[in-house]
Design a protein around this ligand. Sequence first.
Ligand SMILES: Nc1ncnc2c1ncn2[C@@H]1O[C@H](COP(=O)(O)OP(=O)(O)OP(=O)(O)O)[C@@H](O)[C@H]1O
Length: 768
Amino acid sequence: MKSAITVSYKGDVVTTIDIDHSSQKKFYTFGRSTKNDVFLQSAIVSNEHLVFEVRGDQVYVRDLNSTNGMFINGEKQPSAVLNNGDVIRIDDLSNNHNEGVMFIYSLHSSNIDEKWLEYSLREKTEVTIGREDSNEIVIVHSLVSRQHAMIEKLGSHFYIEDFKSTNGTFLNGKRVTGKQKLEPLDTIFIGSTKLIFHEDKIIYNVESSGLRLDAIHISKFVEESKGFLKPKQPKTILDDISIGIKAGELVSIIGGSGAGKSTFMDALNGFRLPTEGSVLINDDDFYENYEAYKNIIGYVPQQDIVYDTLSVEDMLTYAARLRMPEDSTEEEIQARVDQVIRDVELEGREDVLIKQLSGGQRKRASIAVELLADPKLFFLDEPTSGLDPGMERNMMQLLRKLSNQGKTIILITHATANLMLCDKVVILGFGGKLCYFGPPSGSLQFFGVKDYADIYDCINKHSSDWQMRFKQSEYYSYFKPLEVKTPKPISAPEVADRSSMKQFSILCKRYLKLTLADKQRSIVLLLQAPFIAFVLLLVVSDNPIQFYESSKELIFTIASTGVWIGLLNSIQEITKENDIYRRERAVNLKLIPYISSKLIILGVLSFVQAVLFVAILTQFITLPTESLLGSIRLELMITLFLTTFAATTLGLVISSMVSNSDRAMGIAPYLLIPQLILNGLVFKLEGAAEVISNLAISKWAARAIGISFDLNSRPLEIEDSGFRVPQRDLPEYFDYELSLLYQNWMILVGVAVICIIASIVSLKLKDN
Ligand SMILES: Nc1ncnc2c1ncn2[C@@H]1O[C@H](COP(=O)(O)OP(=O)(O)OP(=O)(O)O)[C@@H](O)[C@H]1O
């Protein structure tokens, strides 16, 4: 463990005190006298002014009864334990900060180089911050926009303003909107850089600070159902877990099935909050500042988050366009994609389709997607599952390499053969009991076993005993986390703002590419309409609209075809990409662009299907000579398109609600068969049936086609044979009127609108 104290005087950095926590040297003194470790000839500094004391992982500062004392984060204090980014000031009695001495405390991990820099705001009215060199403060990071934010002086005060950056600017943990006034020692977050406003200067850390993570007294209680109609029982699934993970460490969570590994990891990454306890990232309350940290967290779920039918390069390029700042150039996107391909060692496989990769390579592709945003804190849920022992070792070596680059990596694994590559291991017993936390080698000693696999035996049988033994062991006191000084309340995370139009355009292009890439499926979908039209032609006469009965049969078939085709177009479209959707949604995916991209592509598909069907059918049958719009073909195409599209939106509702494609297909008959029964052509609709039938798309489609065919004026076939039949009922809704046709079309549009809203609401509900 290393840390550093940057010392500046009158706005210039004079020296840095590098502290190696494992060295024998525990005290670093500061004062005017040359006997001090760091001395400064200044009237405001006492001979022996203050001392920094190293206590394990922590640094403690104490005033040595100096004349001017010291201000820690703006508050005069005699002593304190320092947290990353803390600012200590020594000012003269007139409190003139410009003339004072300042210390900034920063944490270092052995392989991470973090520096604190200063930017003077003196005589500045505008200071721009961004990725591009033309900015005054340049922060080179993939989450920072070219021109990200600006600090502006208005009157005697400074204000911060965000330039509609993709990933936002955060002032004291809250996203900046408009111009916000800066108060001394306010903390600004841009990407993973922390900027501290300090009177007339900005102090900020650059590259590539890893993140330290402390979990403090994490507990989770749930109500467990013991069976139908039986009362629910309270159950503890995480039992008071406290651990401290240092920046740049690789940590494995292991334990038996149902021990609480996923629940614990989700508490650490903020996806599912615990009932009690807090998580600190570099001493900040993570849940409180979730919005600011969300973008620098990577998460690879157990299921792969890649599209099978895209090539590695295409998959990564679309993901980069969605995740990198909107003002990233194509060159920057390409450079980042190339970099992550190198990071995960997939060079030479760029053009290979994801489905053609081996299991290990697929997992690497999923990791690459997450690396695009250069996460500092990386969570992986069983990245080694399903891999053979060789690939398993390669995967662990890859994660080791990434953690050596400064990422803090936490993974769930059953791959105990390679645990030695980790810095620490969390061993959970049944009921979420922490049975061990520390170096992997220490765990063998702690449990008195020779093989990691034998640890499972111990914890499965006696998890409470091991939990107690661990609490009494030296490991517990040595690796326990930093205690939070004032835990802040847990607040619900918000979603970062991005341009909907840009996202919509990227999603449309990706969805089109995916649709075209799956040639077999696209051909099957496009051939459906012509196929049904040709089959229909086998059974209908040349002039089916001549008589009432055959017209009704034709209307029934056309309306049912539209509903059927539309529903099958979309019923699996969201659910089949559930895992990718969930991950992208957690990062920055917006619902309206997402659903709209589906509607555009599926809308075009519905249109082509409707046109093909009507064009083929009407080529071979005699059509009525009259039409309300001047073209019977056009009327039929519009009706069939609206029917197919409305059914497509209904399919999207189902797809947004269910958890997998099989379930979606299982629900399809429940929607399709009632459409056949309730369209009003086969059975008379009365009472409840009539009310419920209003929900059937086929009913409005049948009425629209019936009007176009002027069904009411078609004679019965029996009349044609000379028989006289009693006058039959002529329903008004088939009256040959343009306004009635429009009415049915409007209803179909209305159904589509309601279904679109329902799918958005259903996806929104899934967020929780
Ligand atoms: N919301 C909940 N309500 C009731 N029980 C829950 C809830 N969430 C998790 N559990 C239970 O808590 C226990 C721990 O679940 P968790 O998924 O975290 O275990 P795990 O160690 O990841 O298991 P596995 O290795 O099988 O994936 C399980 O018994 C699970 O059924």
